[in-house]
Design a protein around this ligand. Sequence first.
Ligand code: F3S
Length: 423
Amino acid sequence: MELTKEQQAILDGAKGETMAKVMRTLVNYGEVFGAQKMVPVTARYGHLVLSFGLTFLGPVFDLFQKLIDEGCLSGQKFTCDPRPYDKNVPQSVLQKGVAKFVFGKQSRYEKQLEQLGILGEDSYTCTCYLDEIGNTPKQGDVLSWAESSAVVYANSVLGARCNRNSGIIELFGSVAGFVPYFGLLTDEGRKADWIVELKTTKMPDAQILGSAIGMKVMEDVPYVKGLDAYLGTELTDKAKTYLKDFGAATASNGAVGLYHIENLTPEAKQQGEDLIKPGAKVYVIDDAELERVKNGYPCIWKNKDAAPKLCFLGCPHMTLEQIKDWTEKLEAGLKAAGNEKVLVPTVFTTSTGVLKKLNETPYAARLKKIGVIVSYICPLMFMDNPLWQSQPVITSSNKLRTYTTARFYSNDEILSILTKEGK
Ligand code: F3S
């Protein structure tokens, strides 16, 4: 790899031994992927994936302490993934006790994040790019992020440039101020390997469509035709919310870091079919294909006929409009079925920024009235408690389904389960 004078000096120890190791790690990482150079991180803020003070992550906390002690702090302020635990989420006394042990290093870790440069108390969310948080990169910005749902959103919807880095590597990029130039940072790496032709008779569920595409193309870049018929040709709040959930499913059910939506996402609008590589493969998706994909999800509950004990919605974190929309649908569904409260304990997850805004609206009280709790946690990390793994949890998040024992239902099915007996 060819380094600039400044980069070479850092590698040679001009900023200390620890900083030299940070640079060495980034260079080695880049060389594995054939990078020929390092480029500056140009986005205003970073974002860290590691938000959880798991008791057994001692070496990670030691590493963070070393960075702090040696003054190797992040050159840019950063946001961070959601906190893992909230005592307000329904749970047994035993589950609470185990969570206290599992996340026993949380407050120590959050202190380290403060010292390293976290933006603020409200910075814990995977939807850092929403207006309420303000970590919204511009088109062409180079990022050093790792959270897969945020990386795919930043690349695809905002037109920023970021690889699917791992945790800690992304922090090193923010500390050094440089990242290796390869993959999704390059023009060639952003071209589409797949054409996805959407031929459904109605708007597909974002989570199932994303899952189907993710499982088919894996880490490749898809160029999706036909979705603009449902989402329109402008990135409205509604379209962006759909793409948030769609993208998270592509990134977790496969390993997509960038997708293009014809006539809608920035690069697809600017470059059109020039973005498609010659000889790109074709994947046709119709109603039957979506049904086939959904029917293929395994249910790994111990007792497949168990009644659900908890429902999580909001992975990635919900937008304010999503919360309002769900409130109205649940109220209408409950009224039609003659019920007053949701039939399964339900938790919506969102950022603290959105939570504060929600609390200024009547929707907060309306949710409370129908028995829905709103929390700032990451449900995936929350379920990292071994006592949750055998519990019948349901969700409409395909990311949560993939990483935990939670069972997937479409949004329409969840609405029925939460509001009508016998569903
Ligand atoms: Fe966000 Fe946690 Fe889901 S980080 S995308 S809520 S797994």
